[in-house]
Design a protein around this ligand. Structure first.
Ligand code: NI
Length: 158
């Protein structure tokens, strides 16, 4: 495993639509293993392949129990709404106020190509939406209501 460099939102790779994964091979497994290590090192809860410069539909989401590997994921159901602070490893030091569904269910393939479904609420649902947006070249700063001030962020963290 190796750490990969996380690109900033100034990099054009973060603004492109990613291609589906078709080969569930050793190269994909290496990418996933490297992304695991990079996510762990970053202290974040999610990471999308374009953030490490790979324009493929691959994301990792830490749901609090484990790190999910989601290949070619789509959101197949949502419910409710939440509004809260959201950040991104590619936009260091900033947080925005973003509306997301309270609940989201995702269908995806695992590293061997098998389809499965997973779901989550609150932060996990937010993370599913945020990471899947990355695959469309969308960074949260494009869908947020506004950036949060340091004072507002401190209140959310209380
Ligand atoms: Ni992000």
């Amino acid at each position: 495993m190796a750490l990969r460099r996380i690109l900033s939102d100034k990099n054009p790779a973060l603004h492109k639509v990613c291609k589906p994964v078709v080969d569930f091979d050793a190269k994909l497994h290496k990418l996933l293993d490297d992304m695991h290590e990079t996510l762990l090192d970053s202290g974040g809860v999610g990471l999308a392949a374009p953030q490490v410069g790979i324009l493929r539909r691959v994301v990792l989401v830490d749901n609090g129990e484990k790190v999910l590997e989601l290949i070619n994921p789509t959101i197949i159901a949502t419910d409710g709404q939440q509004e809260g602070p959201e950040g991104c490893l590619s936009v260091p030091g900033k947080y925005g106020l973003v509306k997301r569904p309270y609940y989201a269910k995702v269908r995806a393939q695992d590293r061997n190509g098998n389809w499965f479904e997973t779901d989550g609420e609150e932060l996990t649902a937010r993370c599913f939406c945020h990471e899947l947006d990355h695959l469309e070249g969308i960074i949260y700063t494009k869908v947020m209501e506004r950036l949060l001030t340091d004072e507002e962020l401190a209140e959310y963290c209380e």
